[in-house]
Design a protein around this ligand. Structure first.
Ligand SMILES: Nc1ncnc2c1ncn2[C@@H]1O[C@H](COP(=O)(O)OP(=O)(O)OP(=O)(O)O)[C@@H](O)[C@H]1O
Length: 223
């Protein structure tokens, strides 16, 4: 589904990530961990071709991302839902309009019933008309997850989806991501939270990738 072949990423003469070879198989569940600044967000950006590898190659859905035209990139992005670290909402739009935004951007029709079901799934039906600044951290994170899945993507990439929320809300978000995985979606979660990883491993077969010294490694059973 997403394959790294000796891929690396550098900028300004500095190599941030190097010699990454790995496959994120369809339906797999991965955690991505590593110290702050190690390159987790950068790795996720390579997974949805927000960035291009500066060495080696990354293939997404069997396509080499190096020679992609703009419309190919747009097509690929529709198949990948991203939960950004900072959520990035438009504050003048209501929560439901923010969640539905990817539909209007891609010219798809919006089905109010589907939207209602989706907000219900993330427990935000009551807040549908609220504006982002009125939402709590946990509500924002759940709204960001709803927006990431509105286009029925095959892959969900979540960048610190449980940052700034309490443990109870972290577990709730984790359950939603596990449900998505059980529906067959490929899930990658970047997180510092080792408790969350342990919790997930009790429920789902998750691989843990750790970025250390610019390289990505599969973490051992100690996690
Ligand atoms: N194109 C670029 N130009 C300059 N700096 C960059 C570029 N790409 C990444 N960086 C830097 O590389 C480092 C890794 O960033 P990244 O956000 O991927 O790390 P991270 O592991 O997600 O960190 P955190 O856990 O703090 O979110 C940061 O210091 C970032 O500022």
């Amino acid at each position: 589904m997403i394959e790294f072949h000796e891929a690396g990423y550098g900028y300004g003469g500095r190599e941030l990530l190097t010699e990454m070879s790995l496959t994120l198989a369809p339906g797999s569940f991965h955690f991505l961990t590593g110290p702050s600044g190690a390159g987790k967000t950068t790795f996720l950006k390579l997974c949805y071709r927000e960035l291009q590898a500066t060495a080696g190659r990354v293939s997404i859905f069997g396509e080499d991302t190096r020679q992609m035209e703009r419309d190919e990139v747009a097509n690929l992005r529709r198949r990948i839902g991203v939960v950004h670290q900072d959520c990035q909402f438009l504050d003048h739009l209501s929560l439901v309009d923010n969640v539905a935004l990817p539909l209007s951007v891609s010219g798809r029709e919006r089905d109010e019933r589907d939207l209602e079901d989706l907000l219900n799934w993330v427990g935000l039906s009551e807040q549908a008309k609220a504006h982002p600044p009125e939402l709590s951290g946990g509500e924002r994170q759940r709204a960001a997850l709803a927006r990431a899945v509105i286009m029925s993507p095959e892959v969900i990439l979540a960048d610190e989806p449980t940052g700034n929320v309490d443990w109870e809300m972290s577990l709730r978000l984790l359950q939603l991501l596990i449900e998505l995985n059980r529906m067959g979606k490929t899930v990658v979660i970047a997180t510092h939270d080792l408790h969350l990883i342990r919790q997930a491993k009790a429920q789902v077969q998750a691989r843990v990738l750790r970025i250390s010294n610019r390289r990505i490694q599969q973490a051992g059973a100690d996690l």
